[in-house]
Design a protein around this ligand. Structure first.
Ligand code: LMR
Length: 333
């Protein structure tokens, strides 16, 4: 019995040794569920780093706002030093304090679909948009997708006619001034709220509606407390994976190189998961029978697009007119 216990202890020791001995630890904090494209890619990144870099680096993932919400994580990131670094993937809409240029990703109807988004995310323009953040303590590692956004609402009819269907309704938005302007233009009242408060705010009627990608609506059950979802695909929800710049600079060059390569692979995993989620989560929501899913007619979509053209003009000064022109040239629109 004693020998068996000793054997068990040494096996356990071998199993947990690499974990215990990792020289560097990365805490990856995010706010969504592990089943979303971001959650899946974060878990994949952690598993691969922990396998391939055992003893050198250990990644621990904290989903569902367990560790930080998105605004707090960026403040904490700037202060994180030493052998434990913070990584996160806040939505691009939450970076306004760090990069005015990234607000371009929020412009309504700029992208038709995820292929358009990838043209920009994979271009040299994207590097130009993220480079200034390093001076502010944040190093950009990758662009990850969630998907194109849809609108949901509680009420007697779906959101189709603007501004009538938006009038008198409150909409939860992320901490984005572009979103604020967009909701006002559509006729509604915007209210900025952290992601983890959205379900309760919808359920208790603090807000009437919200906009998000299918994966977030489904995984957080927003459709269960809403009556209609309009497939508007009016703008994009995606992320910038970021890490503390000081922590990153202090890592040995070979570790940085290996982490960068695994992150590139994780980005492929994320894109595949996002493409799958777009279809599957929509179907699951339709099948669940709570909110009714409706499409915009081409005429309605054209009307939304025309009405929202002013939002880009309003933010052109902040984002940079030249940058916007380069983005339009790249997308051919
Ligand atoms: C939101 O706040 O709605 C999203 O940014 C959440 C997320 O990370 O997808």
């Amino acid at each position: 019995m004693k020998r068996f216990s000793l054997l068990l202890l040494s096996i356990l020791g071998i199993l947990i040794m690499p974990l215990a001995q990792a020289e560097y630890v990365i805490k990856f904090s995010h706010v969504v569920s592990p089943q979303t494209p971001k959650g899946i890619a974060a878990d994949w990144f952690a598993a691969e780093v922990n396998k391939r870099m055992a003893g050198k680096v250990r990644v621990e993932v904290f989903p569902n706002s367990q560790l930080y919400n998105d605004n707090k994580v960026m403040e904490s990131m700037r202060l994180s030093k030493g052998k434990t670094g913070l990584m996160a993937a806040p939505s691009l809409s939450k970076f306004v304090k760090f990069s005015r240029q990234l607000q371009a990703f929020d412009i309504p109807f700029l992208f038709n679909d995820l292929d358009d988004v990838h043209k920009l995310a994979d271009s040299a323009l994207a590097d130009k948009m993220t480079a200034p953040m390093e001076r502010k303590g944040i190093k950009a590692m990758a662009f990850w997708d969630n998907g194109m956004k849809v609108f949901s609402i509680k009420g007697d009819r779906p959101l189709k006619n603007i501004p009538d269907d938006f009038k008198g309704k409150k909409f939860r938005i992320q901490s984005s001034n572009v979103h604020e302007a967009m909701i006002k233009t559509l006729g509604g009242t915007p209210q900025k709220l952290p992601f983890k408060e959205v379900y309760t705010a919808l359920g208790q009627g603090v807000v009437d509606g919200q906009e998000n990608a299918w994966a977030n609506v489904y995984s957080k059950k927003f459709h269960e407390v809403q009556d209609y979802i309009t497939v508007s695909n009016h703008s994009y929800l995606g992320y910038l994976v970021v890490v503390s710049a000081d922590f990153w600079k202090d890592l040995p060059a070979d570790i940085r190189k290996e982490l960068t390569a695994i992150m590139q692979e994780a980005t492929e995993v994320n894109r595949k998961a996002a493409a799958d989620a777009d279809n599957n989560n929509r179907k699951s929501i339709e099948g669940a029978g709570y909110a009714k899913v409706v499409e915009l007619t081409p005429q309605e979509r054209a009307k939304w697009k025309q009405a929202l053209a002013g939002v880009e003009k309003k933010f052109a000064g902040q984002i940079g007119k030249e940058l916007l022109a380069e983005i339009h040239a790249l997308l051919g629109n």
